[in-house]
Design a protein around this ligand. Structure first.
Ligand SMILES: [Fe+2]
Ligand SMILES: [Fe+2]
Length: 479
């Protein structure tokens, strides 16, 4: 399971034994690098960054930390070890040996799942391209670049599957993954949240907390796939993904902490005294709540319609399972089961039992919401510990939705239905307004001295790889 870095494309899939595949990927490689140069992180060619690089696909000691010149970063293809005797664990094929090749009848479905996942990876790199110019510290800058290179690697992971298992049309799709652009009017990325701007670092932390967490849920369900190469690919991606959510959670936590500490120190007790709080050079908790409302709801849309025959088909076919499928105690076929779905019925929001198979998106979204809620509770612990009277909360799932049951109604963050006029009048209290965005933007001044942090964010409790507080995570001058 060790990774060979002597190959042109580092890998643990014995790429050298398949000349055709290797040549095809070696042709894609310079195009990937061109894409990275064009829309990847700005100003990074010459700098040295303290990055982790995968050295093995085994869970213990899988990565090394060292300075890497960004332009020399080695993207590669890494799969988690095969599980001997692995089976298809759900759906109509439950109990059959896991597939090592693509089952012909599911080819188009499987390709679409891989393309949709693959498309999110380069999209986030594009969205975060300019953030380095306003980093709150060298520690945070390093984390941004770590996330960026790993999203680049996740693109490699999906492109490997497309090239290795889908022939000509797989290669075409791999090409198209480098051609779509986040936010582009003519050729946008596939999913909504991946076309939204990430204008500032609070957005980045919200994105890694909420949107990367959607990524985690999708990868968890694809890791259950009966198509074994997809399962192994996703399992290794999840190892990397954990850090992205760490960046989001600790990022938001540090912003919340700094705000509360500044309020306490200045004797500002009222969290709604926005001007007083902002005058302290920190982001007021109400604005943090609005950012949270925005990113949570954009991410809810990524789960698709609550009731979906596509989701049922993918499950039945054994392509995409549930979160922690094998740990669930049921028949793993779901033909006779029901699941409660929040729906809009006769002008009211109601829980309705739907066949469990078609309600799989809803179920995964519920798992996601539970995961998010735990994180929000940890933020509330920080606020409580410092002694500020305020609580952050996830908004109701009917609030600010573009996809699914609630896309045509307007609801408040607490789930009360309102008319369009009320919505228009109040929306700036619930979602970041232009003025909020301008205020946050005014705080985004780069800090490049090791160990120093911008006014609006607390330092981390521990350094990456246990490095000391003033560690030089990024060497901006070429050595
Ligand atoms: Fe990713
Ligand atoms: Fe990620």
């Amino acid at each position: 399971m060790n990774i060979d870095y002597s190959d042109k494309i580092p890998n643990n899939v014995n790429l050298g034994s398949n000349r055709t595949l290797m040549r095809a990927l070696e042709q894609w490689q310079p195009q990937f690098q061109r894409w990275w140069g064009e829309v990847g992180p700005l100003d990074t060619r010459e700098i040295d960054v303290y990055l982790r690089t995968a050295v093995s696909a085994l869970p213990k000691g899988w990565a090394n930390y060292d300075y890497v010149k960004m332009r020399d970063y080695r993207w590669g293809i890494f799969l988690a070890p095969a599980e001997p005797g692995r089976k298809v664990n759900f759906g109509a094929h439950k109990g059959e040996p896991a597939w090592q090749e693509v089952p012909g009848e599911y080819r188009a479905n499987l390709r679409w799942l891989i393309v949709t996942q693959g498309d999110t990876e380069p999209a986030s790199v594009e969205q975060q391209r300019h953030l380095g110019r306003t980093c709150p510290s060298m520690y945070d800058l390093r984390n941004l670049y770590q996330v960026n290179v790993e999203e680049g690697r996740h693109l490699w992971a999906m492109v490997y599957l497309l090239h290795a298992y889908f022939g000509r049309d797989g290669r075409d799709e791999a090409q198209a993954l480098l051609e779509r652009r986040s936010g582009d009017a003519d050729n946008p990325r596939i999913l909504g949240a991946f076309n939204e701007p990430t204008p500032d670092w609070l957005s980045f932390f919200m994105f890694t907390f909420f949107t990367d967490r959607d990524g985690k849920m999708q990868l968890e369900s694809l890791a259950q796939s009966g198509f074994d190469p997809l399962s192994r690919t996703c399992r290794f991606m999840l190892t990397e993904e954990a850090h992205h959510m760490f960046v989001g959670e600790t990022g938001i936590g540090r912003v919340v902490q700094r705000t509360c500490e500044a309020m306490k120190a200045a004797g500002v007790e009222d969290a709604s005294a926005i001007d007083k709080v902002r005058a302290l050079g920190v982001i007021d908790l109400l604005t943090i709540q609005k950012k949270l409302n925005l990113h949570y709801t954009l991410s809810l849309d990524l789960f698709g319609s609550e009731v979906s025959t596509n989701a049922a088909n993918a499950y039945n076919a054994g392509l995409k399972g549930r979160f922690r499928e094998t740990a669930i105690d049921d028949d793993h076929r779901l033909e006779n089961d029901f699941y409660p779905v929040l729906k809009f019925v006769n002008g009211e929001i109601k829980l309705v039992d739907e066949p469990a198979l078609t309600a799989l998106n809803m179920r995964l979204r519920d798992d996601y919401t539970r995961d998010c809620a735990k994180g929000v509770e940890r933020f509330n612990k920080i606020i409580e510990r410092i002694g500020v009277d305020f609580r952050l909360a996830l908004p109701h799932v009917a609030f600010h939705r573009d996809i699914g049951e609630f896309k045509d109604v307007q609801a408040t963050p607490s789930g009360v239905l309102v008319d369009a006029a009320t919505w228009a009048k109040q929306k700036d209290q619930w979602l970041p307004s232009l003025a909020d965005g301008e205020f946050i933007a005014s705080l985004m001044k780069p800090v490049s001295e090791p160990g120093q942090f911008a006014s609006w964010i607390a330092p981390p409790r521990v350094g990456i790889d246990n490095r000391p507080g003033d560690f030089e995570y990024v060497k901006l001058e070429a050595a």
